[in-house]
Write a protein that binds this ligand. Structure first.
Ligand code: 13P
Length: 248
């Protein structure tokens, strides 16, 4: 079964609301492509102007984080219902920067994943090893643990619609892309893990992305790998280069 390629951007903490609207307008003609899912995950305050600027285009807007409670006394957090009301379809969960700087754990990621599904938002679930873990030879064990905990309580019907992003921490923002062989090896291991959890049908349907210094030069080889269904792109999604990644 052919899986649809996902070209997703993660803007991180970049672009003010007016800059976001201008950048989306610049990207709209460059990322036209009916055969792929083009998603831009933007800071919460940029979501509404980004949606407006993307109207009528093939760009889908996502969020970069979300809280796992419905509402209440959680100063500074964004609820799933707020995202849905603003037209958000996707949310990045468990990005390594959230895990490192904001103390997210596999358990909080799991709570967020369940909440996102409850509200009909597709989670883009991130996993990835540090350089130290890679050198210790525990990459696959570590990733399997992250994936298994993230999917606790997720049904097969939900799981097949999820997106997983494999982002080796040492490749993020460093200009050091994993080799296609390294990325393919881990993405295949993730698919195998999903197969063990849910069976072959789900594992063949779920989309697994690579992220970490993806650029216009590396995207094609990466996305052509049998178990890599696209990319989660940081820096290059803030530039016209994102169009070259989508239409590589
Ligand atoms: P870069 O593409 O800037 O390395 O960022 C990758 C990333 O963290 C996407 O979520």
């Amino acid at each position: 079964m052919a899986r649809r390629i996902v070209a997703a951007g993660n803007w991180k903490m970049n672009e003010t609301p007016s800059e976001a609207a201008a950048l989306i307008k610049e990207l709209v003609p460059l990322v036209k492509n009916d055969e792929e899912d083009v998603i831009l995950c933007v800071p919460a305050i940029d979501i509404i102007p980004a949606k407006e600027a993307a109207k009528g285009s093939n760009i889908h807007i996502g969020a970069e984080n979300m809280y796992f409670e419905e509402k209440g006394a959680y100063t500074g957090e964004i609820s799933p219902a707020m995202l849905v009301d603003a037209g958000v379809e996707y949310v990045i969960l468990g990005h390594s920067e959230r895990r490192t700087y904001f103390a997210e754990t596999n358990e909080t990621v799991n709570k967020k994943v369940l909440k996102a599904f409850e509200h009909g938002i597709t989670p883009i679930i991130c996993c990835g090893e540090s350089l130290e873990q890679r050198e210790q030879g525990i990459t696959i064990d570590w990733i399997r643990q992250q994936v298994k905990i993230a999917f606790l309580g997720v049904t097969a019907d939900q799981a097949k619609t999820a997106i997983i992003a494999y982002e080796p921490i040492w490749a993020i923002g460093t200009g050091k892309t994993a080799t296609t062989a390294q990325a393919q090896e881990v993405c295949a291991a993730i698919r195998e893990c999903i197969k063990e959890l849910y069976g072959e049908g789900v594992s063949e349907e779920i989309r697994i992305l690579y992220g970490g210094s993806v650029n216009a030069k590396t995207a094609k080889d990466l996305f052509d790998q049998p178990d890599i269904d696209g990319g989660l792109v940081g820096g290059a999604s803030l530039k016209p280069e994102f169009g070259q990644i989508v239409n590589r």
